[in-house]
Ligand binder design. Structure first.
Ligand code: NAD
Ligand code: TDX
Length: 350
């Protein structure tokens, strides 16, 4: 029996992880601490919110008093830390918010864990969820391994790199039982439509232009979100303290090729003539400092812990499209209000 604090559990990846752990470990208590920023949504967890082993706490990971009291109240022995500002474009517009949540918030959680666990025991674990973007940008060849030197190049990745360094510093300095993973681009149900795939799905539904940055030649490695949640569960339960595990889908796509595949799936699903969605493609001004290519060597997590992706990209993308098409109310809700201002600011000038 564990008392697990998940931060950011109302967000995209966090909500899939909360659902997995609440169902898989009925004897453990899952406490979800989330500020419910624009990216957090309790609708994501409606199906499990009444589970006896689940609690939701609305709050900020930067709030020292709240975080320390939560550790005490629930006798937290395990942390899975996902709460973050997570969108690169927003980090370019407003870096300070990223420092606040991603850096200060992480150090605040580390301090609370250190206070509660003293020197930590075998049963404690502070699991920090990070990104492949901390490694920088690759040329046409090569893969990021756990030994690739850090080279963050956006305010988002710089804040995540900083938080990773703090987590490792607490391992070396105070013996904090930490573990980290760095994952590639996730996609799937419940992703906020500011990220490439859900934004393009929403625009195709509404016959709006598809804003491809630059020439669409940047490459990302894509992983289905439920496979990421499975990887986190595997690492949480079987990973070694102090270690880092890279997680990826062995699934590299040039943006423009991915977008064309998505367009053809959408035409089929919406019963529109072939080519309808592709005609919406519009090449726009590139993202500042746009990283060219990310690709992950996920050999360590496979060799050591036996995890590998279970969903192919074609299957995953189709499931994702189906989810958005059958959850139009969710999509309508998150794309009203502030979203319209965000969209105008982000795309109107491009
Ligand atoms: P998301 O933006 O969908 O969700 C973030 C969640 O954190 C939201 O529920 C939000 O309300 C909450 N949050 C934000 N600031 C907070 C604060 N100060 N206090 C408490 N809660 C706060 O993000 P996501 O895509 O689910 O990413 C989750 C984690 O995984 C992040 O740490 C991100 O860096 C990492 N990651 C994401 C991806 C990806 O492709 N999405 C890939 C690798 C790693
Ligand atoms: O409108 C767009 N047009 C476009 O061409 C958007 C939103 C994106 N893009 C491009 C930029 C990237 O090359 O698509 C690619 C993917 O963009 P995002 O979905 O914004 O993801 P990315 O910047 O690659 O970062 C993501 O992966 C790693 C997540 O947002 C991070 O949280 C994660 O850490």
């Amino acid at each position: 029996m564990k008392n697990i604090l998940i931060t950011g559990g109302a967000g995209f990846i966090g909500s899939h992880l909360v659902r997995l752990l609440v169902r898989k470990y009925p004897d453990s208590l899952i406490v979800n601490l989330d500020k419910l920023t624009y990216a957090g949504n309790l609708l994501n967890l409606a199906d499990i919110e009444k589970s006896p082993n689940y609690r939701f706490v609305k709050g900020d990971i930067v709030d020292e008093k709240l975080v320390f009291s939560l550790f005490k109240e629930y006798d937290i022995d395990t942390v899975v830390h996902l709460a973050a500002e997570s969108h690169v474009d927003r980090s370019i517009a407003n870096p300070m918010e990223f420092v606040h949540t991603n850096v200060t918030g992480t150090v605040n959680l580390l301090n609370a864990a250190r206070h509660q666990w003293k020197n930590g025991s075998e049963s404690n674990r502070f699991y920090h969820i990070s990104t492949d973007e901390v490694y920088g940008s690759l040329g046409e060849t090569g893969l990021f391994t756990e030994k690739t030197p850090y080279d963050p190049r956006s305010p988002y990745s710089a804040s995540k790199a900083s938080s990773d360094h703090f987590v490792r510093a607490y391992f070396h300095t105070y013996g904090m039982p930490v573990i980290l993973s760095n994952c590639s681009n996730n996609y799937g149900p419940n992703q906020f439509p500011e990220k490439l795939i859900p934004l393009f799905i929403n625009n195709i539904i509404n016959k709006k232009p598809l804003p491809v940055y630059g020439k669409g030649e940047n490459v990302r490695d894509w992983l289905y979100v439920i496979d990421h949640a499975r990887a986190i569960d595997t690492i949480l339960t079987k990973g070694r303290s102090g270690e880092t595990y890279n997680i990826g889908g062995h699934n590299e796509w040039k943006n423009i090729d991915l977008i064309r595949l998505l367009c053809s799936i959408m035409d089929k699903k919406l019963g529109r003539p072939v080519g309808t969605s592709e005609s919406l493609i519009s090449f726009v001004k590139d993202r500042a400092g746009h990283d060219m290519r990310y690709a992950i060597d996920a050999g360590k997590v496979k060799m050591e812990l036996g995890w590998e992706p279970s969903v192919s990209f074609e299957q995953g993308l189709e499931k994702t499209v189906d989810w958005y098409l059958s959850n139009e109310e969710w999509l309508r809700q998150v794309t009203s209000g502030n979203y319209l201002d965000y969209y105008r600011e982000q795309y109107e000038e491009r």
